[in-house]
Design a binder for this molecule. Structure first.
Ligand SMILES: Cc1cc2nc3c(=O)[nH]c(=O)nc-3n(C[C@H](O)[C@H](O)[C@H](O)COP(=O)(O)OP(=O)(O)OC[C@H]3O[C@@H](n4cnc5c(N)ncnc54)[C@H](O)[C@@H]3O)c2cc1C
Length: 712
């Protein structure tokens, strides 16, 4: 009831303000026109004029009415710099606090009910650093005054804290605005406008936000480093922890620009991608694909093709592929490139020092100006009852297998789970893929998942969607997975289980906790990839949000350059065009938006689809299936995203990655010669689909008449 009364009172005052069009008086012209009258009134009634101005300011701020900036200028014009600052400072802080209290009284409960959980995190942040954040918002006057008041009221900040931080934080901005107002008062001719004082004041208004931001940044940095003693000089420019895709590229770039860089790796050079990820998985997929082609020999006019193989030999080939690629990532190569490579475990001991424990147990401590954390991720193993007792494989251990599991269960319908499901099925395992969600590869559009699942089923894979792994058992020596589906349980006997339900960033045991570097699912970084300590960066799987080798390498460039050249120059990591591919058959590749994401984000788009069963080369290759789907800005040829499902999708998408990155539209792709007969022609044909849909019908009607006229 009390709330409604307050709402009514506020609505009446705001209504009155709007009805009487009081806003019309809040402009520079009126201020100037009335300047003499105002000054005369102030001289005759000094006390009353302060009281009236003060009350008007408080009411405007409390009701979040627009015009605070102009009132502040007016304060300078009427009362001069000193008194203007004093009056405005108190009036604005009191008004802001009233707005804060109104917002809290009216909205906090409602917001708490609706967004309680999310607000909890914000509240905790406010408790930890609220005063500092508010101070930042106040000092840098690019955040609307009224919005800061209203939003702060929804957090758990104390009103007292809000008041004094606001008053302190706004002081510098108030001085700048009031000062500009005093200059305004002196404008009485054209030459007044060009007076150096006024120009100076406005220039100050312009640079003040930048200056304030710089001061805040310096304050924040000093605060973070306050607890640590900085070495007087550094042994290195950069230390990189982890020699996976992110760490290798980071150190490569650092050495290329002649920095002194040390790369520390505790296990195997090349990290996941080389040893347990991309390289072995693609090598295995290649052998499996050959077998699948042989199984389809009749389709190619070959009556029979029999493959004799030994699983162990295929797995040895996988290792030999790794060995062939290994020199690219080796200690020898990186040493030659100018990187100091240390084999051992690194631990952060201060923001500038890393302790390295070699494989022989010897330790050394190196100081460095900057650090890049590139410690990667590992398979996530869910705590399903019985999982430890039954034993399981992950992408880390899979490569040690030398005997093909007769019955394999794969947990997970994401990219890794799907790639391994199909590969093992083709090698001869009886594979059951268990996915908790309603479809495979859930990030892709539903028809993509459907095509992949249909192919899996056609290849003899048992695809169980909406099935939740509940328990592992061993009964009479037989391993069994119990899955829950539609309220009932299903028992799946198996010989081996591969857990592929996601990867979790490596965040513990090497000093992040001791340094208080915030982490969630990954190390928290800003857009420059800086952690809480501006000289400590993170890149690759440990930083997220993507988990690909090419995104790790992409981030590595930013991490290396920023680590070596900030604060003189630094770049925001650009995630505008990120492609990826899942190497199942049919291959799935994507860049930018798909339909599902466009819908979720409310981004309007047009969709053009070309089906590959129409493409000459795909028909000749016996791979006439799949599609290319391009999303464009309505009415324009600007590409928002592309999904390709079909043979060599991961290669075909490169043309669109380039197009999106360089701002090339579908018209230009259509106007580019593509070799016949190739799969890449499909990229042009889908541009043709778009063009046909945008043919200028009215113009064509006229052209038709023109031709008729020419025929006579
Ligand atoms: C089965 C599988 C298939 C994949 N296929 C693809 C694919 O086809 N395409 C693709 O783009 N991506 C693929 N990925 C993902 C890709 O492998 C990762 O995104 C990439 O390896 C991430 O690189 P990174 O440098 O961030 O981490 P990592 O490669 O994990 O490297 C981190 C390194 O840090 C080291 N380290 C950790 N802590 C310390 C410490 N304290 N001291 C010293 N060293 C430390 C680790 O030993 C490790 O070598 C696949 C992954 C898997 C598992």
């Amino acid at each position: 009831m009390r709330k409604w009364l307050l709402v009514l009172a506020l609505a009446s005052v705001v209504g009155l303000y709007v009805a009487l069009d009081l806003g019309q008086y809040l402009n520079l012209q009126t201020l100037k026109a009335q300047q003499q009258a105002i000054e005369a009134f102030r001289t005759d009634n000094p006390g009353l004029s302060v009281a009236l101005y003060f009350s008007a300011y408080v009411v405007m701020a409390a009701l979040s009415l627009p015009g605070a900036a102009l009132l502040t200028l007016a304060g300078g014009a009427v009362f001069g710099l000193l008194w203007g600052v004093v009056i405005v400072s108190f009036a604005s802080s009191i008004g802001a606090t009233l707005a804060f209290l109104i917002s809290r009284f009216l909205l906090r409960d409602w917001v708490q009910q609706r967004f309680g959980q999310r607000l909890q995190a914000i509240d905790e942040g406010v408790k930890r650093e609220g005063a500092f954040y508010l101070f930042t918002l106040r000092l840098v006057p690019v955040f609307p005054f009224f919005l800061v008041n209203l939003l702060s009221g929804l957090t758990g900040m104390k009103a007292r804290t809000f008041y004094w931080v606001s008053q302190l934080g706004m002081l510098a901005g108030t001085v700048v605005y009031v000062n500009a107002g005093t200059q305004l008062a002196k404008i009485d001719s054209l030459s007044g406008i060009l007076s150096p004082g006024l120009l100076g004041s406005f220039a100050l208004l312009g640079v003040f936000p930048l200056l304030a931001r710089k001061i805040v940044d310096i304050g924040r940095t000093n605060k973070v480093f306050a607890a640590w003693k900085k070495p007087r000089r550094f042994d290195r420019n950069l230390i990189v922890i982890g020699a996976g895709s992110a760490g290798l590229v980071t150190s490569y770039i650092a050495a290329a620009v002649r920095a002194s860089v040390t790369l520390v790796e505790k296990h195997r050079m090349g990290g996941d991608c080389l040893n347990t990820g991309c390289v072995p998985s693609k090598a295995l997929i290649r052998s499996a694909k050959l077998l699948s082609h042989m199984a389809r020999s009749k389709e190619f006019g070959i009556a029979s093709a029999r493959a004799e193989f030994d699983f162990a030999t295929i797995m040895e080939r996988v290792q030999s592929v790794i060995r062939t690629v290994e020199p690219h990532d080796s200690v020898a190569r990186y040493t030659e490139l100018g990187v100091e490579v240390l084999e051992g475990t690194a631990r952060l001991v201060s923001p500038w020092e890393v302790e390295i424990t070699g494989h022989d147990g010897a330790t050394q401590r190196l100081s460095t100006r900057s650090i890049v954390i590139a410690t990667g991720a590992r398979p996530f193993v869910p705590p399903i009852p019985g999982i430890e007792a039954v034993g399981y494989l992950t992408s880390d251990t899979l490569w040690n297998l030398r005997q093909l599991p007769r019955r394999l269960v794969v947990l997970g319908g994401g990219p890794i789970g799907s790639e391994m499901t199909q590969a093992f099925a083709r090698l001869g395992s009886q594979v059951t893929q268990v996915e908790m969600g309603p479809r495979l590869m859930i990030r892709e559009d539903p028809e993509v998942s459907k095509l992949v699942a249909r192919r899996f089923v056609a290849e003899g894979i048992s695809v169980l969607l909406n099935h939740r792994a509940k328990q592992f058992l061993v009964e009479d020596g037989e391993r069994i997975l119990v899955v829950e589906h539609a309220g009932g349980d299903l028992r799946i006997p198996f010989d081996a289980v591969l857990v592929a339900v996601g990867r979790t960033a490596n965040l513990t045991g090497y000093g992040l906790e001791e340094l208080g570097i915030p982490t969630g699912r990954t190390v928290e970084t800003n857009e420059f990839l800086q952690t809480r300590y501006p000289n400590i960066y993170a890149a690759g799987d440990v930083a997220g949000p993507f988990q690909f080798t090419h995104t790790a390498a992409h981030q590595a460039w930013y991490a290396a350059v920023n680590a070596l050249f900030a604060p003189f120059k630094k770049f925001k990591a650009d995630y505008s065009v990120i492609p990826w591919s899942t190497f199942v058959e049919p291959e799935v590749a994507r860049v930018g938006l798909n339909e599902q994401e466009a819908r979720e984000k409310g981004i309007p788009c047009e969709v053009s689809v070309y089906h590959l069963d129409d493409l000459d080369r795909a028909i000749a290759d016996g791979e006439a299936h799949g599609f290319i789907k391009v999303l464009t800005v309505p009415g324009k040829d600007r590409i928002l995203g592309v999904t390709i499902v079909g043979e060599h999708a991961g290669d075909l998408i490169a043309e669109y990655v380039l197009a999106m990155k360089q701002g090339i539209g579908l018209n230009k792709i259509l106007g580019t010669i593509h070799i016949y007969p190739t799969l890449a022609e499909a990229n042009k044909y889908v541009a043709g689909v778009w063009k046909k849909a945008h043919a200028p019908q009215r113009l064509l009607a006229w052209v038709e008449r023109f031709h008729a006229w020419r025929r006579g």
